[in-house]
Design a protein around this ligand. Structure first.
Ligand code: ADP
Ligand code: ADP
Length: 233
């Protein structure tokens, strides 16, 4: 099965005097269980592609399937529902709520759906344990290191059983030791069958994925498999 199928995707931004063609016909599939790094120079269309994958915006033409649904034909309300219910986001700046505990932060995507029961808390506790924070359940973000905060964000991204986890420069604020910890968690989650799509500027981060997609001038420039040797270097 496919986590997403992208066909001839284009996105144009219309400014006052000109049209910017941010994506000019991009096609690729992401099978369930894949681990993809998206790279490319500034202005190549990474943020635009990420916004479309995250259902934050709609394509100008082309299709982007999530399951059997094409986001191009969805209403803004339907996009918002999919975004809350079936996409996991991990950001460079963690985006945790400071007043909430670790477990409560992990449950945030469920609050939006009015799911507040003890089953949901139990699921959040399990995910906290999964990312190694079983002894920090009631801590606030300010009591955690950057790497621990990012682990909370990863647990939060999984709480809705997403089509894929979208990570945007998720290790961009972390030192190399903590970056390694986070990449190890992504690796383990991927081994468990989770689909991960991450945008990064860093070659050594990208080479931890199974596959690197490079954009250039709004087009797919390279789509390469990362060999096992390169991944484990
Ligand atoms: P990065 O290269 O770090 O991914 P960018 O600087 O390209 O980020 O873009 C940052 C944000 O600004 C993105 O959300 C993008 O959509 C928006 N953006 C980029 N270029 C323009 C522009 N010319 N006009 C308006 N918004 C833009
Ligand atoms: P990247 O993330 O690789 O830096 P972006 O997707 O941010 O690339 O940008 C691709 C192109 O689209 C750039 O020329 C950028 O200036 C333009 N762009 C991005 N977002 C907007 C926007 N909201 N309005 C106008 N132009 C934009």
């Amino acid at each position: 099965r496919l986590a997403t199928a992208i066909r001839d995707l284009t996105k144009e931004y219309v400014l006052k005097s000109e049209t910017v063609r941010a994506l000019r016909g991009v096609s690729f599939d992401v099978p369930e269980g894949d681990f993809v790094a998206i790279m490319g120079p500034s202005g190549s269309g990474k943020s635009t592609l990420l916004n479309l994958l995250g259902c934050l915006d709609k394509p100008t033409t082309g299709s982007l399937l999530l399951g059997t649904d094409d986001i191009a034909s969805m209403s803004d309300d339907e996009l918002a529902d999919i975004r809350c219910q079936r996409i996991g986001f991990v950001f460079q700046s963690y985006n945790l709520i400071q007043q909430l505990s670790v477990v409560e932060n992990i449950q945030v995507p469920l609050y939006y759906q009015g799911k507040l029961g003890s089953d949901e808390r139990e699921r959040a506790v399990k995910l906290a344990e999964r990312v190694g924070l079983g002894d920090r359940l009631d801590h606030r973000p300010s009591q955690l290191s950057g790497g621990q905060q990012q682990r909370v964000a990863i647990a939060r991204s999984l709480v809705n059983d997403p089509f894929f986890v979208l990570a945007d420069e998720a290790t961009g604020n972390l030192d190399s030791v903590t970056t390694e910890e986070i990449l190890t968690i992504f690796d383990e989650l991927n081994e468990e069958g989770r689909t991960i799509i991450m945008v990064t500027h860093e070659d050594d981060v990208a080479e931890r994925a199974k596959r690197i997609i490079r954009l250039k001038d709004g087009m797919l420039h390279l789509d390469e498999v990362v060999s096992e040797e390169r991944r484990s270097e």
